[in-house]
Ligand binder design. Structure first.
Ligand code: PEP
Length: 223
């Protein structure tokens, strides 16, 4: 799976992107206001977050039934930007993932360590806590995919080496039986090497998914 997280950017024109993808497997996660246009263009569309309740007084949130009614197929949960800037915790990530799966959405649940945690040899401890929270809530579910996104590699141009990614992915898979995407400054020129590792099942791509040519190149590398 190659999934493009557009974050809070408008992203490419959905119809131009669909035409350029020409049937290649892909997932796009645009801002909420562009979900409908992406679905209508025929793109495989995920949301960037989802709440655990189906409706209620939760200003700024969106529910799984609302997304499904729009034709959205899945949601990202626990992205490090949500954890860093919006108070997302392992508990709320697990609740979001569990509810989304129960409602019928696919889920990409993100985990990953900070640079300080890696430097102090705490990578496995951090990953264990994050993955176990998701695993305890969801088990290994056919629609659940994890994304290993070392926080220090997101939007920084720094990429984990293929060996670092492989080691982390193998560890994550030892905790929970699920496909694991790599995320962190994936670009067309480093994708092939990362994707060729046995435990790397795809990529979650931020910046490079905003450009049609680079996203198509990544989807081609993934296929
Ligand atoms: C992301 O947003 O999940 C991400 C990996 O971003 P980037 O590819 O820009 O590092």
């Amino acid at each position: 799976m190659i999934a493009g997280n557009w974050k809070m950017f408008d992203g490419p024109d959905p119809i131009a992107l669909r035409d350029a993808l020409d049937g290649l497997d892909h997932v796009v996660a645009p801002p909420y206001v562009h979900l409908r246009a992406c679905v209508q263009a025929g793109l495989t569309t995920y949301a960037q977050n989802v709440h655990w309740e189906s409706e209620g007084a939760f200003t700024g949130e969106i529910s799984a039934p609302m997304l499904l009614a729009l034709g959205v197929e899945g949601a990202i949960v626990g992205h490090s930007e949500r954890r860093q800037y919006f108070g997302e915790t392992d508990t709320t990530v697990a609740r979001r993932a569990e509810a989304a799966l129960a409602a019928g959405l696919a889920v990409i649940a993100c985990v990953g360590e900070s640079w300080e945690e890696r430097e102090s040899n705490d990578t496995e401890t951090v990953l264990r806590i994050q993955v176990e929270a998701i695993g305890d809530a969801c088990g290994s579910h056919g629609r659940l995919v994890l994304a290993y996104e070392p926080v220090w590699a997101i939007g920084t141009g720094k990429t984990a080496t293929p060996e670092m990614a492989e080691e982390a992915h193998a560890f994550i898979k030892s905790l929970l039986d699920a496909p694991v995407l790599y995320g962190g400054s994936v670009k067309p020129d480093n994708a092939q090497e990362l994707l060729s590792r046995p435990s790397v099942d795809g990529a979650l791509v931020g910046g490079a998914s905003l450009d049609i040519d680079s996203f198509v190149a990544l989807c081609r590398a993934g296929s």
